[in-house]
Design a protein. Sequence first.
Lengths: 314, 342
Amino acid sequence: MTNDGAISESIDQHFDPAIFAAGRGPRLRRQLGRNKLLLVGCAIILLSLFLAAFGPSIAPYDPTAATPEVAVPPPGLAEWPGLLLGSIRGTNAAPPHWLGTDQSGLDVFSRIISAPRTDMTISLSGAIISCALGSLLGLLAGFTRNRATELLMRVSDVLQSFPVFILAMILVTLSGRSIGNIVIALVMVYTPIFLRLTRAEVMGQVSRSYVEAARAAGNRPAVIALKHVLPNSMVPSLVQMSVTIGFAIILTAGLSFVGAGVRPPTPEWGLMISLGAPQLILGDWWPSVFPGLAMSVVVFGYAVVGHAFEARFE
Amino acid sequence: MGRFILHRLLIALLQLAGLTIAVFFIIRMLPADPVAQMVGLNASPEAHQQSAHMLGVDRTPLQQFANFLGVFSDTGKPGLLQGSLGTSWVTSQPIWGEIRHDLPITLQIVTYSLFVAFLIAVPLGLAAARKPGGVADRSALVWGLFAGAQPDYWWGLLFIYVFFFILNIAPAPMGQLDPLLDPPAAITGFLTIDALLAGRLDVWLSALSHLVLPVLTLVFVVSGAIVKMVRTNTLRALRSDYILYARACGLSDRIVARYALRAALTPAITLVGIFYSILLSAAVTIEVVFSLNGIGQFAVRSVLAIDYPAIQGVVLVVAIVSLFIYLLLDIVHAFLDPRVRT
């Protein structure tokens, strides 16, 4: 899954390059209005970030406390308007289980909107740290070529030749299934990609005349690297980061799906899918289907925005 | 050509050596206690020590590595260099035996999935490239964005719910064969081939029907990326100078399309390797969903049980498969495109 960057050299014209022409409010709004897909993508990302911040606080039920109603199906569509009206007026006896409850009586809706706290924290920190670390190491490896950076590249080669999912599983299980360890595993898996991308870009930049000019003006190599070369080499990494966030969400949830991720009853999409799976075959579809739907939509949002970035910068 | 193959083979071997060393020491550096996992947390210190000695983890890491390789071994058992991956701590079976049984199951679904995905995705990509910005192109773009990154295990469950529970046209997601049928003798390990070799049409049909949903899931997940790749490569070829020249010479559209297709698909050959490893990785969760008992599920079991020799074995074998596929495709590519050989 991680090599997607290599195969997605897109030459699409579907997204107007001017979309991210920074800072011009009305123009940006016009572009977003014209490009419905990107608008949807941005809305999804904002919603996922909002839920990561406030999800657990606005959930009608405690996402980790069981209610006495076990395996209740979600209310039929016909009952929704009445329940909604009841919620607004405050006449419902108890908050409705909008998406039903699972096998242990946990409210599915509350858990789904609480899950981004776990999922988004892990995947965002994983992707951001990988991008920062990979870019800096890539800058180093592309700017100074010696034995140490050569060794760095070989180490990154070895990490990349591991099967991704199995490597992540080993790192998390053997170091303890905590959120911090999952983030470290993601960083180990994704940093080599950013390292390679930035290094290739830096190597293309160092022979440019602006670098020569900066050197002639008497700047120290570290200043040239950080102030001039790095900002000019970040584009591929930034495009890759949006893609990586999506993959990180799937990987995080996949780890808990096979039992190598966060522990129950943490509200987490992959864990919810996994806990609901045995019931799905017997017809109780809601505990598994809704969290997967949420994840599927969020990942799609990041893919759309990543694609727009890509089209903008090419 | 011979030198090219030799050179690539050497790089692959070096990579394998690096991987072997890395996996061996990484799993021992992490703080997990495999002995406590085997004897239980309440075991007496003596029992713990005895187990540690039996498993060989009371020796220095370097001696353990020597035992694993089979040089200067202090156990007298054969190691990697004698062709042995050791025995599993959990099942006490030789690891190579388990892997030899499980690997073909995974290779079978991955190979079928890739084949079907290409069969569907190549025409779609070509249709999309024919009229950039047209309806086919736009739908291919949205499809590629959507299916390019999706939780495959969830889609697998969804397909089970729809095709098994509601429509009842797919078999139960329990393994790769109807439990009432006895499997034919393993010759190749690939059930669909073994069934045909044994002349068992009933087994063959049952195996195929059990393959449909896992393959459908993997095709769904991987096809978006293939469509995108075919489209990009074909567009690039269509815009190149030699196609312009061919057009200017007055060649028919059909012949021009054939030139473009050849130029578009040759570089794509190496990308098949990437798709193969993507699918090998995705197969881990898919096997769990469908209880297929392939190499992916073996990996999950070994990692969760902190079974060091099994983890080492499975990482090594999966990496060898990936590297072998990459190598093979590189050679095919070099054969078709002489520029690569240098």
